[in-house]
Ligand binder design. Structure first.
Ligand code: TXA
Ligand code: MG
Length: 321
């Protein structure tokens, strides 16, 4: 099959989704691999295209929070407060599903992940449709998420029919995933909304339970996620720098290059020290350094606050594989 065409035709994307096809969809976080969430054949095709195990559930996308009730048993007050503050935007909320959402979508789990993306093109596409859309990140399972339409074509171009181009993603990290246990909020994936922002809104501590092997509620939080093809070695400036074989290494750095490595193999996340810029540039940087001439990518951890916590989470996962 030929590589999927890239374009900005929302009606064409909608038409293909109505016909049960897979479409690359821009969002403010990362590009998604979109399909009709109510079409079991289309949902199955998403798992196949990504080579994703069927025990890893998909996120359901809608254009507006007001359209959520038909798909869930209830919307707790806490969920409404989060939605008022952060949606549309990079926060995914787990709610108890009803029978309209199939077990295929949630991998048999009782909760469905609901996301209301802020990207204007995604919202317009979703508004055109009369069904919710599943959209995992549009990358092969376990690899770095795409932040441009070209990334989608490069990795999944022969498996989809069209990539809707909405420009480079402005957030650059996947959505934060939050749910409720015994009425209290729990973050299962750090992402585009900082945990501190949620804690400020709710005026309480929020539990963070990511990649714990004792936590089967988020099977996708495998430690080896978000990995490029190279070995990734983490470092920090306030610790002794690692010994480097400069000839075979690249460096993904926070503000300043890593001495010794050629400039062409350096990627700076944000010389100004801006965490949102670093988040936006992270995955493109990992991709840029993911080339055969580089054996090891030395990746610098960023300050561990705000979006920095989500950036470091992705770096640690990349290093763990
Ligand atoms: O920013 C995003 O969320 C992007 C864009 C495209 O919307 N989507 C995305 O989807 O990152 P995906 O499939 O790559 O990651 C979704 C994560 C997985 O780790 C999955 O295990 C978790 O969400 N998840 C989905 N449904 C869940 C559920 N019902 N319960 C627990 N975890 C769930
Ligand atoms: Mg993903």
């Amino acid at each position: 099959m030929m590589a999927a065409p890239v374009g900005t035709d929302i009606n064409r994307a909608a038409e293909l989704l109505r016909a049960g096809k897979l479409v690359g969809m821009p969002t403010e976080t990362v590009y998604g691999l979109a399909a009709n969430a109510l079409d079991a054949t289309a949902v199955t095709a998403v798992f196949e295209a990504k080579n994703r195990p069927s025990f890893d559930p998909l996120i359901v996308h809608l254009p507006d929070w007001s359209l959520v009730p038909p798909y869930v048993l209830e919307v707790p007050p806490l969920a409404n407060r989060l939605a008022d503050a952060f949606l549309p935007g990079p926060l995914t909320i787990l709610l108890t599903k009803n029978a309209r959402i199939s077990d295929l979508v949630t991998a048999g789990l009782p909760r469905v992940a609901i996301r209301i993306p802020a990207h204007p093109v995604a919202r317009q596409l979703l508004r055109t449709l009369h069904f919710p859309v599943v959209a995992p990140s549009a990358n092969p399972f376990g690899y770095v998420s795409p932040t441009t339409a070209q990334h989608v074509v490069d990795q999944l171009g022969d498996k989809i029919t069209y990539v809707l181009d909405g420009g480079p993603c402005v957030v650059g990290l996947e959505s934060t995933i939050i749910g409720f246990e015994d009425g209290g909020p729990v973050v299962y994936r750090k992402g585009g909304v900082a945990v501190e922002a949620i804690e400020d809104l709710l005026a309480r501590k929020v539990a963070v339970r990511t990649h714990s092997s004792s936590n089967p509620t988020t099977p996708g939080q495998l430690m080896s996620h978000y990995a490029p093809g190279r070995r990734v070695q983490l470092f920090r400036r306030d610790r002794p720098l690692p010994e480097i074989d400069v000839a075979s290494s690249g460096a993904l750095c926070w503000r300043e290059p890593l001495p010794g490595i050629a400039a062409a193999r350096q990627y700076l996340l944000s010389p100004e020290g801006d965490l949102s810029e670093a988040a936006r540039r992270l995955f493109a940087g990992l991709r840029q350094l993911d080339i055969p001439e580089i054996e090891t990518i030395y990746a610098e951890l960023v300050p561990e606050h705000g979006l920095g916590r989500a950036i470091n989470d992705r770096l640690r996962r990349a290093a763990a594989s």
